[in-house]
Ligand binder design. Structure first.
Ligand code: FAD
Length: 557
């Protein structure tokens, strides 16, 4: 029925003092810290492409794709109506649209195309896509990260090496040889052992000859296998004599039949809704061995190192999206006759959040450069070995509290499902769990310290360049040196040690790179004790406006 009294509606439903939606903005151009880092870390060769990606991702229709892909999660199809096995996950068109966008821009492929600064460019792209929709980043990241493992068997893997850098997204479930673009997943975790991969029970039996590049049949299960519509999966299984070995398991066999990979169910997860995470069984699944028999962990760690970089960036990205949502809201909302962004206590909170987030951006982009340099520079390789673990640990520990505090800046509007904040909040613990949970990462740092002392030397050399810039930083470096030299109770103290390494690295990077106001606020709060236990406890006297500007996307754009 038509509204009989439009005036009445106006009287009760006039909407004012509410921000417009944050959309149709360029995720790159409105992010000063990212733009500066792209140049500083060597990614300017594709600045125009990163800019174009940022512009496309910020369009209202792509933000809406991100919402829909999560509101309409994938559905498992085990069998067709005739009873034949299908073992597929059916996705919403919005998920496919964002996969196609990511692959078109080369988020998964650029580092392998020979471009200078390829990992830095990839990291900038991943960071922007993750803000709009993180679920698609799972297969995009795994496809990117699989390459160093595939390269352990270059001749046999030629087809996969080529197909996985295609810019075409081909969502069809058909044999890989008929597709225009390929994606690659990873299946390691089993029920009885996730972190402890050697507890795996999946068995591999050679069909004929044994060894790298040979065909095996795999039988067993994997308790977590995300993005099960990928065209192949890097997986671990025990051979009869050799021990844990790495295999590539395609979804379709060489003879054109479906491979013996049965999808048992999709996980009912806290967040990460757009991404299908499945439990699978291998029933004599056809697989090819990659790398040396019995050295499977060493082979797949080449992939895990790269996924860890993306975990660090992913957490950084969630922080960025949460902080700019907060910045946008407080800039467009009044309370007590003043904009929220002008209220002293809110300025303290927003500046503090912005500071935490920028420190994470600077760190992630520096890590990415180390990946670029590692191919030709052993020092960079040694630095990246340790620093990526430190960076993953710390950014993943910070993201949850940052997103929670940013949500509070939006008040009730941040807590409702129409807001992106609940999605960011639910996503925030995930990077901390996969690819090495917090403790496992800290133990990995200790392992590197014991077995690869060159990684500690490279880490110290990087931080050592900051000596003399600031007495607070010098003290932190001294403290770190003495902590790294103390071996008593080192396993018990590992989190404290890694945390201090992360903060000192961030401080050294910010003093070299960030605007003075950002570096000064970081030194004063994170290193000098001038900080409480929550955001918004920066001490008076700091120059907060630059931090607030950097968290307010439209004003800065
Ligand atoms: C949404 C989602 C998707 C996933 N997708 C995939 C996928 O595609 N492929 C895949 O292979 N896996 C996947 N995983 C699995 C993930 O990688 C594992 O959950 C993770 O590695 C941890 O293993 P776990 O769950 O067995 O925990 P556990 O290994 O049992 O660890 C439990 C806790 O104990 C801690 N811990 C372990 N060892 C020690 C120790 N020695 N000292 C102190 N603390 C310790 C860990 O840090 C952790 O906090 C996914 C997980 C999730 C949640």
């Amino acid at each position: 029925m038509a509204d009989l009294n439009p005036q009445a509606d106006l009287a009760t439903h006039e909407v004012f003092n509410q921000p417009p939606p944050l959309e149709d903005y360029n995720l790159f151009r409105t992010d000063s810290a990212l733009m500066e880092a792209l140049s500083r870390e060597g990614g300017d060769g594709m600045r125009a492409e990163v800019d174009a990606y940022g512009s496309e991702l910020g369009r209202a229709e792509n933000i809406e794709h991100g919402r829909l892909a999560n509101a309409c999660p994938p559905v498992l199809k085990t069998h067709d109506r005739f009873g034949r096995r299908m073992d597929e996950a059916e996705f919403h068109p919005s998920y496919h649209a964002l996969m196609a966008l990511g692959m078109k821009h080369g988020q998964h492929a650029i580092p392998w195309e020979g471009e200078t600064g390829g990992h830095v460019i990839h990291t900038a792209m991943h960071y922007m896509m993750y803000q709009v929709e993180s679920g698609v980043c799972c297969p995009l990241t795994m496809t990117y990260a699989a390459r160093p493992a595939l390269e352990m068997q270059p001749e046999a893997m030629q087809f996969w090496l080529q197909g996985s850098v295609s810019r075409d997204y081909d969502s069809r479930s058909i044999p890989a040889t008929s597709k225009t673009g390929l994606t690659i997943g990873m299946a390691m975790t089993e029920k009885q052992g996730g972190s402890d991969i050697r507890a795996n029970t999946t068995r591999a039996v050679a069909r004929g000859r044994q060894g790298p590049g040979e065909i095996y049949d795999l039988t067993g299960h994997k308790w977590f296998c995300s993005a099960p519509m990928c065209d192949a999966f890097l997986t671990l299984a025990y051979t009869e004599q050799g021990g844990v070995s790495c295999f590539l398991v395609p979804r379709w066999r060489q003879d054109g039949a479906r491979n013996g990979i049965h999808l048992q169910r999709l996980k009912d997860k806290l967040g990460n809704k757009s991404n299908a995470s499945s439990e699978i069984e291998y029933h004599a699944a056809e697989a090819m061995m990659i790398g040396e028999e019995g050295r499977g962990v060493r082979t797949i760690i080449n992939m895990v190192t790269h996924t860890r970089l993306d975990c660090a960036t992913g957490s950084t990205s969630l922080m960025r999206q949460a902080v700019i949502q907060a910045g946008h809201h407080v800039e467009n909302r009044m309370a007590f006759q003043r904009k929220l962004s002008q209220q002293p206590l809110m300025r303290n909170v927003l500046a503090d959040l912005s500071l935490e987030q920028e420190a994470a951006t600077v760190l992630s982009m520096r890590l990415a450069r180390a990946f670029d340099e590692a191919a030709t520079d052993p020092q960079a390789a040694a630095f990246s070995r340790l620093a990526v673990a430190v960076g993953k640990y710390w950014t993943c520990k910070r993201v949850g509290v940052v997103v929670g505090e940013a949500m509070e800046c939006l008040g009730g509007a941040g807590y409702v499902e129409e807001s992106i904040l609940p999605r960011l909040y639910r996503e925030s613990p995930l990077n901390g769990i996969w690819e090495g949970s917090g403790n496992v990462i800290c133990l990995d740092v200790l392992r590197a310290m014991q077995r690869e002392p060159e990684s500690v030397a490279a880490f110290m050399a990087e931080i050592g360049t900051a000596r003399g810039r600031d007495t607070r930083l010098d003290r932190a470096i001294d403290h770190m040196e003495s902590e790294l030299g103390r071996l008593d109770d080192i396993e018990f103290r590992a989190r404290a040690v890694v945390e201090h390494m992360a903060l000192t690295l961030q401080a050294s990077l910010l003093t070299a790179a960030g605007p003075t106001a950002v570096a000064e606020a970081f030194l004063a709060s994170r290193l000098d004790g001038g900080w409480g236990h929550t955001f918004g406890t920066l001490e008076p006297g700091l120059d907060l406006q630059p931090l607030i500007d950097r968290a307010t996307p439209v004003a800065a754009g």
